[in-house]
Design a protein around this ligand. Structure first.
Ligand SMILES: [Zn+2]
Length: 490
């Protein structure tokens, strides 16, 4: 699964602290830093793979290596990683067989699960037999793990596990509906069909010898007496009952409804793109505002922040003269220190347009302490948004042991907004927390946390996660235009 930019799923642009490595204690971390100059997780993974650490005194390296291997073996793909690969591969395979009319993502990936084992694709074809035959001859396939007459489970040369399902055009609606949801969800759909005297199969609704195809998924659900259920909600954990009782709203937030990104970095911090490039990329994505939130730790200085503000104003002027309805906002990502105070003094915070606060280190504090720490930061009148609130890194770093209910209540009471970070290795808040936060009436935004223009696209994974958390557009603040958005902040 590794390529030039990734170790596992981890993007090298994103600095990862050593603490994310399973089983790595402070003593070893200090030793690695002093003896080998290794400061981050990615550097450590590389050094281990290249066997550069074998001369070091025994630091528990063997155990560390085993942990690393176990991590890599158990590693499911992140949503973002899998979706990118699925789209890339789907783009290629539509060319290999002229019978293919359409390729669609299905399964866990379409439900937007945060980690997926395999990519599932449906190839809609005018000749499913030929399509499957042609697919199995692709040079990208390293191993065929399972084969049936309509589908094959394969592993690609690059390690990607792929489930390739074929169907005829008139079978797409039922095939899609029966391959998207979890087993529980699909069983419930089948049971509903039985209730109406039909059998729901991949090929259509069956009754004795007759087959009724459905024209689209809306129709499949309508036949079952249901409204269209967004794929992200098809988890078989009570959504069908909730929908039948009218307790679940289905007008979920969409990417096209997002008006701005509230957490990006530039070359003024540790990003790779200038402020102006970031702004122009945001305009291309259809946004009306963008918050620069470069890291401002304890050694950040006011002079530099003011220079950055001048640059932001300059770019805003240029863009306004070009006629764009777009505003760059001057902000910073300040650190919430272990005692709950912030890395910048109030007199600087009060000058920034929007302050994003985050816990970057000391995430292993015990529950009471870290919960109070975050609440104390939220009580600061200048803190507008808390970024990636739990600090988890998928596959690597456990979330902080926060009393989440208290966090959501404090967010509501202080008017602090909680971020849904779309970085595929974070997705923080996660779906379950998004749902709980909304029940507690906490305010939420979806941000990319991008360090480059390409990573602005990560906001989509945040949207998908918000949809899994059943968030409606009206519950996400950055679906608002800028003046209303600003008015909704504390
Ligand atoms: Zn950031």
């Amino acid at each position: 699964m590794n390529n030039d930019n990734n170790v596992g799923n981890i993007n090298r642009n994103e600095p990862l602290p050593l603490c994310v490595v399973p089983g790595l204690n402070q003593r070893i971390a200090a030793m690695l830093e002093q003896k080998a100059g290794i400061l981050g997780a990615t550097e450590l993974f590389e050094a281990l793979q290249e066997r550069r650490l074998e001369t070091l005194p025994d630091l528990g390296m063997n155990e560390l290596k085993q942990n690393l291997e176990r991590w890599q073996a158990n590693n499911k793909m992140s949503l973002g990683f899998a979706l990118e690969r699925a789209r890339e591969f789907a783009g290629k395979i539509s060319a290999f067989d002229s019978n293919i009319v359409r390729i669609e993502v299905t399964g866990a990936l379409r439900r937007a699960e945060e980690l997926v084992e395999q990519v599932s694709l449906i190839a809609v074809s005018n000749d499913t037999y030929d399509t499957l035959e042609a697919f199995l001859k692709l040079p990208e396939i390293a191993e065929v793990r399972k084969r049936r007459d309509y589908k094959a489970d394969v592993t690609l040369q690059n390690g990607l596990k792929l489930e390739f399902i074929t169907c005829f055009p008139e079978q797409l609606a039922t095939t899609w509906a029966l391959t998207t949801g979890t087993t529980e969800h699909r069983t419930q759909l089948r049971n509903l069909a039985y209730k109406y005297g039909y059998e729901l199969s991949l090929g259509g609704f069956l009754k004795r010898e007759d087959v009724w195809p459905a024209k689209d998924e809306e129709e499949v659900f309508r036949y079952l007496g249901l409204p269209y259920i967004p794929p992200e909600l098809r988890n078989g954990n009570g959504e069908i009952e909730a929908i039948q009782k009218g307790e679940m709203s289905l007008d979920l937030v969409t990417l096209s409804g997002i008006k701005g990104d509230l957490h990006v970095h530039s070359t003024w911090g540790n990003g790779s793109t200038t402020i102006e490039e970031m702004a122009r990329a945001a305009i291309k994505r259809g946004y009306h505002y963008l918050l620069l939130a470069d890291h401002a730790g304890q050694n950040a200085n006011l002079a530099k922040l003011l220079q950055q503000r001048a640059e932001i104003y300059r770019v805003n002027d240029v863009l306004a003269r070009e006629g764009y309805n777009f505003s760059l906002l001057w902000g910073a990502e300040v650190e919430i220190l272990p005692d709950g105070t912030l890395s910048l003094p109030d007199e600087i915070l009060s000058q920034l347009e929007i302050v994003v606060a985050t816990m970057l280190s000391g995430l292993h504090q015990e529950r009471k302490q870290i919960t109070e720490r975050l609440i104390k930061a939220m009580q600061n009148p200048h803190v507008d948004i808390v970024a990636h609130p739990t600090g988890r890194i998928l596959n690597l770093c456990e979330p902080a042991d926060l009393f989440m209910l208290k966090i959501f209540v404090a967010a509501r009471e202080t008017g602090t907004v909680l971020e849904i970070n779309g970085n595929p290795d974070r997705l923080d808040l996660k779906a379950e927390y998004i749902q709980q936060a909304l029940e507690e009436k906490a305010k939420l935004v979806i941000s990319s946390g991008a360090h480059s223009t390409q990573a602005l696209a990560h906001l989509e994974y945040g949207v998908l996660t918000a949809r899994r958390g059943a968030a409606r557009a009206s519950e996400i603040l950055n679906t608002l235009e800028l003046n209303k958005f600003k008015a909704a902040l504390k």
